[in-house]
Design a protein around this ligand. Sequence first.
Ligand code: PMP
Length: 402
Amino acid sequence: MSEAALASAPAPVPPLAARAADTGGSPVREILALTARPEVISFAGGLPAGELFDAAGIAEAFRHVLTQAPQRALQYSTTEGDPGLRAAVAARATGRGLPTTPDDLIITTGSQQGLTLLATALLEPGDVVLAEDPCYLAALQVFSFAGARVVPVPTDDEGIDPAALDEIAARERPKLLYIVPTFQNPTGRTLSAERRAAVGRVAARRGVWIAEDDPYGELRFEGEPVPWLASFPGAEDRTALLSSFSKIMAPGLRLGWLRAPAALRRACVIAKQAADLHTSTVDQAAAARYLETTDLDAHLDRVRGAYRARRDALVGGLGEALPDGSTWNRPQGGMFVWARMPAGYDATALLPQVVRHDVAYVPGAPFFTGPADPGTMRLSFVTHSPEEIQEGLRRLALTLRD
Ligand code: PMP
């Protein structure tokens, strides 16, 4: 080919990796984009209440580390994370009944990164991951990027069904069980201690890793806490526990943590080196300073009190907003209520009409990996005040009851 022909006929670039083409965007994020108008009362997004962020306390912590130790706060740092922050997390986890040392922990860029690190460290293309059905969507995206095959495990009103889990684990030979045992996203359900014990036994018997994802456990405003799955016999040596500062401080900090057995943790540290070297030094230092100088539990008590009132407003008004014959749960914490409209109602098909009245929810269907229940929806109760929630429910009734 002549020089001139070469210049005029550029070759197309190669295609995207199949994993990029195969992994869809989160439908929840797409709906969120539609409901970003300020007049919309949205039960859709999982946004913690911004007016309850301790902005002054966090600002003071940043001011302190940037003025007292700027060269450290602005420098590169270790992949495992800020020693002070890891010590604070270890003390809190130990206080919640799971003996933990700073060395057991990696600070991650949100708990979302913890999921990616686990997938990188554990999963080969074609490996089977078991997940509750329905399940947190962005975890499914992580497993899809890793080339894993996600197999749904049935749940009921109390969470995952251990007998079904055992049977599916025997059949599918999974490498990993992904589970959100406390105030699950999307259902708000919490797994009892008995079921956690049973899940631990299944994991041990069938030789399965567990990823216990717990961003919501500290948002309990009623009832007795249930110990982490990671503390039950059988689960202890095979559970990676993930959590986050997103719901107890602020999600914009992008700070989370991962507690894992030594060999898995070391593999995650190497995966994190490749991903981002380390989580923001200054953000970690400020969070460590904040935890040193603030009574986080007093702050959380305020958040929990507000969330309880918002849960009550939502649950108390759903009967007037949803069609007759609908059912819903009443979680003792977290951020989400899961509702089911009777046969014949399709939450996805109804959403565009609902949004026209300046209110929104997330349809339940996208969260299912098995057959979807079209009547289901996830409603977040934390973002709006009780008064706004009541107004949102009135708007919901315009479509769903009239
Ligand atoms: N896991 C679950 C179950 C979640 O609901 C979320 C966020 N909504 C995350 C992980 C990620 O949270 P973050 O990265 O902010 O810690």
